[in-house]
Design a protein around this ligand. Sequence first.
Ligand code: AMP
Ligand code: MG
Length: 422
Amino acid sequence: MSQNSLIADPSCMDDFDPNSLLADAALQLILQAIQPTTGFEKVALRSALGRVLCSDVLSKIEVPGHTNAAMDGYALSGIDLPQEGTATLSVIGTAWAGGPFTSAVRPKECVRIMTGAPMPTGTDTVVMQEHAESSDNRIIIDARHKIGQNVRQAGEDIAKGQTVLHSGRRLSPADIGLLASLGVGEVKVFRKIRVAFFSTGDELRSIGEPLDAGSIFDSNRYTLYGMLTRIGSEPVDMGVIKDRREDTFNAFDEAAKCADVVITSGGVSVGEADFVKECLEELGQIKFWKVAMKPGRPLAFGRIGDAWFFGLPGNPVSVMVTFYMFVQPALRRLMGESETSPLLLQAHCESKLRKKAGRTEYQRGILSHDASGRLSVAKTGAQGSGILTSMSQANCFIILPMEAESIEPGAEVTVLPFVAIM
Ligand code: AMP
Ligand code: MG
């Protein structure tokens, strides 16, 4: 792909910067550059929750391990089912889930059986207890039954040797339960990824420090900590770095030595002190991009030493949007996770959304069902890139494509629910 084809088509776009990279193209470039880590470890099943499998898991057993009853009732041979009228069978014993009935069952005989109990030899059908009239060790059944009913066959869920979970899968509670059902107590997972991050800016104060004129509390280190923890990486908080050449240089150097990935916020927009760029150019191979998106236009990506580097914009909402759109997919790839595209939904938009053509916008929305049960979305209010309350109130991004202009209430829009990414 030539660099040119990644650049947006400037025609008919009033707010378009011809040097911007399309959001999709930026993500593709990042994902093409990053390969999964080769490191792995073996962990106990409980510790594997949320980790990414590093090899396929094959079943050594059949599940269920034996053909068994799916209902409480009577196990019998299908041959004894009456075609019409009724049949009478004698009950010769009981089979429990943990206590099989071990003798053979002969014609005109049946066994009282509990759910999960192995089917006794000579039986292939279970008549549920509500469908049998029982008295004096005898049952009477009618003609409504089918041979083989209410029986779970050995191996019907999982065959022996079958691949149950593939390498690259992030393990869910259901997955670790599934592995437990196979008797697997330990699995091979990709090693954890360390991510060092710091904030840049003379105006930033940490919690506990006094707020002097013009200064603000650093919130990006907290949103980053949250997002990095949620995805299962190991966050390393390196604090606030002042806008000074030497501090910046040392921080980049130190971060790259201790982590797989280095993330900074702030200092990548036009007009920022040049030495951030200078340091990065000296220490690594970094590309500075203007991405045709809002919020979050400036983005830097590349390598410092052996670490990947993401330079995110400083505005608190921009940090979160660029993290979810670019950094999170990259980290998931690095962690060994197979390609995962988040679930996008279509919703009825209740708000007027202001937008200019020429950039992809990620507005913050509240997704719910309206009175008629239809999925509907409203914006969270002011959409400025510094307004973190808009992120906090939101439960989805409303993704407005490049070419779209302002949206009138009643239009259909694409939404990305936070449950899919957070
Ligand atoms: P910058 O990209 O450094 O020009 O920052 C853009 C805006 O985001 C400025 O208003 C900064 O004060 C603000 N900002 C930068 N870093 C942070 C941070 N860590 N926490 C909160 N706001 C920040
Ligand atoms: Mg700054």
